[in-house]
Design a protein around this ligand. Structure first.
Ligand code: CTP
Length: 232
């Protein structure tokens, strides 16, 4: 019955205002290996990205979801590319980029990874240890540098202070068309929950959305992207 319902929903749930658009969504955390049993990661659940992928699919888009390891099930009728590390995500995203109209990067990509990955489990010692970290490639920055006419790039920004200012820096530095920003310290916003409180930042304006479900927020993000594309 669930499968049948999913097929019916795909046909009837929404106006197909994204028909013919190729949309790439990234979601979830990345995992950066320390050794065969340990890794560095973050609290991202993937829910926001999965909700965007589902909403875009219901609106008729051709959706690819590049996802780090998540506990939630990805939506049906989207092409899922599972990845583990920031480097895997970089490769999966850049492979799709040329054929993509809209990229929405909700993934919480690790900014650093261990410089040495041990082939064997690292054994404990009595003394302290430190792990040297090196920068990962910034995927969105790369996409911004190689953006072609007609492509739309939306980044996500998670801040604990000076949310608008810091997010505007990302908009410019990474050559983005929009940043969806949230303050992790605000009730109902951020990683693991089912709701979010977003501010959609473009070159000309800031639209503050109230607290809403991640599904509703996904719809608002895609509405705004459609509006921005028409304006340009
Ligand atoms: N991002 C990316 N590649 C990375 C890191 C982040 O594409 N290696 C993307 C994220 O998916 C998100 C946006 O960039 O859409 C976040 O921007 P970023 O400057 O990385 O934000 P923070 O990591 O929060 O920045 P800072 O650590 O400076 O606060």
């Amino acid at each position: 019955p669930e499968t049948l319902l999913a097929y019916i929903e795909r046909e009837t749930a929404c106006e197909k205002d994204l028909k013919g658009k190729k949309i790439l969504v990234t979601a979830g955390p990345t995992q950066e290996a320390i050794d065969p049993v340990r890794y560095i990661t973050n609290h991202s659940s993937g829910k926001m990205g999965y909700a965007i992928a589902e909403n875009a699919m219901l609106r008729g888009a051709d959706v690819t979801l590049v996802t780090g390891p998540c506990a939630v099930e990805p939506p049906m009728f989207v092409k899922v590319k599972p990845v583990i590390s920031a480097q895997d995500m970089y490769e999966a995203v850049t492979e799709e980029y040329d054929q993509t109209d809209i990229v929405i990067m909700t993934a919480a990509v690790a900014d650093y990874r261990p410089k040495q990955v041990s082939d064997n489990k690292v054994k404990k010692k009595d003394d302290r240890v430190s792990i040297e970290l090196e920068r990962t490639d910034d995927i969105l920055k790369y996409l911004g540098q190689h953006k072609k006419d007609g492509q739309f790039l939306c980044g996500f920004s998670m801040e604990t202070q000076n949310m608008i200012g810091n997010s505007r820096v990302k908009l410019t530095r990474k050559n983005l068309d929009m940043v969806a920003a949230n303050n992790v310290k605000m009730a109902g916003a951020g990683f693991q929950g089912d709701t979010n409180v977003l501010t959609l930042i473009t070159q000309d304006e800031e639209v503050s959305l109230p607290l809403m479900s991640k599904e509703d927020a996904a719809g608002k993000i895609l509405d705004k992207i459609l509006l921005e594309r028409v304006r340009r």
